[in-house]
Design a binder for this molecule. Structure first.
Ligand code: HMG
Length: 413
């Protein structure tokens, strides 16, 4: 990459930018492993519909959700992230990780980054960088793009990107059936096992008040219908810009993935992409979309992790997905920011899931009644207060034990 140059009779070396860029372009960088965690508790959407005097089909079909994760006070974004990352990281990975990028909009401190707590809990080495990122549900995509750039400059390094959130609206509010929570851990590196990221993504940002959470509030404020319109407008914009920029057409993709605040939202965006599709082509995209929303249906909104849970769901559930195929990913975060990008499925993509049977993980969760969920929801409001949190019944490896002297206490079983 270095070339010899001469200035004032003295020879010295400079970097040849074109050769550096060519090297970066030839290097495959992307998602090497994906791990997911949600709590062991859920509410059945039919039960929630009965309790709210709604027709269950409004939630099951109209919203497109079957179950909703209930996050107990013994879990927060740090512990959920640790539980997700522990599912994928080997000792060798931990040695190679030199950057932790933690995307969340449910942070637990105004100063200290969640990534610093996480790095200690996971036993990562101390010679690393650890930061927190925020831009609503778009945060993890920003993290992946930063990680890609970092790995291009440091090809021997791996970056751990975390997407973790507890999605809360208000009890009995219209947003209530679109709550949920959990964490996705993504390991980014060279020669990835799952998805090699491609060039040519398109982004769009505009200052919009569709969803926000003012300081001091535990629940988000949202203009629900408006937020759907903004999501769809942003999708149309970055999708068309991406097609114009790359010259790709719908047929160049094997599947399209979406941020899924609830699964019907992604279906609405997919319909926009399929408006001129041949019927056989459309059937294929809809089938893959069903695989991609299977897990999201069971968990609810993860905020910044939703798109990546959907990717995991597709990789786990699709029977047709093959190495060499292109997947398109639409990331959206209220406020608002969107990006469309793509990646190529790699031959060992199943291995990147580390043999975790997520169907079993989700099926083994415990159902709570609507009144138990409401109690847990209220307790969570006070989890910023001093004292011990009840964690004895939480089976997760990492848990939040309470606050002592304003310091959060994290423990491992
Ligand atoms: P709502 O007003 O209670 O529901 O709120 P609705 O009356 O609009 O009904 C919802 C759908 O169910 C409709 O279908 C109904 O027709 C249908 P649609 O017109 O949308 O296709 N429906 C039925 N279907 C079958 N059988 C029935 C039946 N009854 C009704 N019997 C809303 C819905 C989504 C607005 C609300 O839940 C909400 O405010 N949610 C939170 C906001 C949200 O998720 N917005 C999504 C876009 S913004 C985003 O994705 C970013 C975000 O993740 C945050 C971040 O970035 O950090 C939220």
């Amino acid at each position: 990459m270095k070339v010899r140059a001469k200035l004032g009779g003295r020879a010295f070396f400079v970097y040849d930018k074109t050769k550096v860029l060519k090297g970066v372009k030839e290097m495959k960088i992307g998602i090497d492993k994906i791990g997911f965690f949600t709590s062991h508790l859920f509410v059945d959407m039919k039960e929630l519909a009965f309790a709210r005097a709604e027709d269950p089909n409004k939630y099951l079909i109209g919203i497109g959700q079957s179950k909703m994760a209930v996050i107990p006070p013994s879990q927060d974004v740090v512990t959920m992230a640790a539980n997700a990352a522990a599912r994928i990281l080997t000792t060798a990975d931990k040695e190679q990780i030199s950057y932790v990028i933690f995307a969340t909009e449910s942070g637990i401190d105004n100063s200290k980054a969640t990534a610093v707590y996480l790095a200690r809990l996971l036993g990562l080495k101390k010679e690393i960088r650890a930061i927190e990122l925020k831009q609503a549900c778009y945060g993890a995509t920003a993290g992946i793009q930063l990680a890609r750039g970092f790995v291009a400059l440091n090809p021997d390094s791996k970056v751990l990107v975390i997407a973790a959130d507890n999605a809360r609206y208000g009890i009995k509010s219209p947003g209530e059936p679109t709550q949920g929570g959990g964490a996705v851990a993504l390991l980014i590196g060279t020669n990835p096992q799952i998805l090699a990221l491609e060039d040519g993504s398109t982004a769009y940002t505009q200052d919009i008040m569709d969803f926000w959470r003012p300081l001091g509030k535990n629940e988000a404020l949202v203009d629900g219908r408006y937020s759907e319109d903004v999501y769809l407008n942003f999708f149309s914009h970055v999708w068309q810009a991406y097609l114009d920029k790359t010259g790709y057409q719908l047929g160049d993709f094997a599947a399209l993935l979406f941020h899924l605040p609830y699964t019907k939202m992604g279906l609405k965006a997919l319909r926009i992409a399929l408006k001129d599709a041949r019927p056989d082509e459309a059937v294929n995209f809809v089938q893959e979309f069903e695989h991609a929303r299977t897990f999201n249906r069971e968990v609810g909104n993860l905020y910044t992790g939703s798109l990546y849970l959907s990717l995991l769901s597709l990789l786990f559930n699709s029977e047709k997905l093959r190495a060499g195929q292109r997947i398109g990913l639409f990331s959206y975060g209220s406020g608002a920011e969107a990006e469309f990008y793509s990646g190529i499925v790699q031959p060992n993509f199943k291995q990147g899931l580390m043999n975790v049977n997520y169907l079993q993980v989700l099926n083994e969760r415990q159902e709570v009644s609507v009144s138990e969920y409401e109690k847990l929801y209220q307790q969570h409001l006070f989890s910023a207060q001093e004292g011990r949190v009840a964690y004895d019944t939480d089976p997760a490896r990492y848990f939040f034990a309470g606050i002592s002297d304003f310091k959060r206490q994290y423990q491992e079983k």
